[in-house]
Design a protein around this ligand. Sequence first.
Ligand SMILES: [Zn+2]
Length: 263
Amino acid sequence: MIYQGVLTKMQTEFLEPIQYYLVFDNDFIHMNQLLNKSIEMKLVGHQCLSCGLDKPIYRQGFCRTCFFDKPLAGDWIMRPELSTAHLNKEDRDLEYEKKVQLQPHIVYLANSSNVKVGVTRKSQVPTRWIDQGAHEAIEIVEVPNRYLAGITEVALKDYVADKTNWRKMLKNDIEDEDLIEWRQKLKEYIPEEAKDYFIETNTETHLKFPVEQYPIKPNSLNLKKQLQYSGELVGIKGQYLIFKDQTVFNIRANEGLVVEINI
Ligand SMILES: [Zn+2]
């Protein structure tokens, strides 16, 4: 069976284990069903997630032009503290920015390879944690806009990591941490403006990924160079496909590539 479509991050369902779907225009593939099966992937082109043109992908699935022009690639996406919609101040498109920024946001602690702090829209919990391959996570602050979440994250970064080590995450080289204890420890560093939004009483969320075999030395597939790959799928964690030969493929980092998948 051959499928063709543009890669976008896999959609997920928070079940035990997590369920993954690769969604194309006319088809979707339930990735969990491909575990222990051989699949072949071929690069056949590019399709910018914004303009749809077959242009080289620059970042986040966008061509260079769209990455620097479109409101959905503004700096405040990666750096929430730069959000300005709450001041009625436009970055690229105020209406869009208001819609996205002026809604409940969560500052969370997630443990994928180490404990890290992050920000997401409330509607993206637990999707965000799944995408990061976190095996445990907890909300610590719920604020009414993206800016407040951003400045909280910046303040906490001095005391906790804000990055995931993807190799450790994939190797499952992890330790359980008491995230409630971390939350209590970090409480005093939350900025004044966000202190009232601290969450006192929730519990950790645990996530289980469909992985049968973790790689010992993960080796990242660069489909843009290699153009074609085939291997046996043995796991999915975060947005990574894990193959038996220790090759790993980050779907998220390859958004915008048009691929043919042969199952
Ligand atoms: Zn474009």
